[in-house]
Write a protein that binds this ligand. Structure first.
Ligand code: HEC
Length: 119
């Protein structure tokens, strides 16, 4: 029994570490990017921020399409501005700067190879 008491702090310490790493910043960023308050960035900017066709339609000029832009090279401040302002298509979000930063870092990490190769 004495031995167990001795081990207790160690057990508590390791459990704390497990819960801390349960969700990483990367995963949190991914979660935010994919469902910020209901309207996912991924729906318009693609899962990696590369951009995506939102809708295609026909009009008198022929086939038209509305696209979500490539945001992989946007800076953190451009991202904060974009999220906090009104656009024609993109909704305005109510996300904290920290939340945008987490999404920004997630995209940076996810596109590491692309961003390094096109510097
Ligand atoms: C309904 C589609 C849609 C959604 C959802 C959306 N966007 Fe956009 N976004 C656009 C379009 C389209 C543009 C191009 C500018 C415009 O006309 O609105 C854009 C522009 C941007 C830009 C570039 C602004 C600039 O400086 O040129 C950034 C950064 C961006 N979006 C980030 C995001 C993030 C982050 C999210 C999620 C929190 C998001 N967008 C959700 C459609 C969308």
């Amino acid at each position: 029994m004495k031995v167990l008491w001795f081990l207790l702090p160690l057990i508590l310490w390791s459990e704390e570490n497990i819960t801390e790493s349960f969700i990483s910043d990367y995963e949190y960023g991914e979660m935010l990017y994919n469902s910020p308050r209901g309207v996912s960035c991924a729906e318009c900017h693609g899962t990696s921020g590369k951009g995506k066709t939102i809708i295609k339609y026909q009009d008198i000029h022929g086939e038209e399409e509305i696209k979500g832009s490539d945001i992989r090279k946007k800076s953190l401040s451009e991202m904060i501005n974009a999220v906090n302002s009104y656009h024609k298509i993109m909704p305005r979000y109510y996300l904290s700067d920290d939340e945008v930063k987490t999404m920004y870092e997630y995209l940076q990490k996810k596109n590491e190879v692309y961003l390094n190769s096109s510097k």
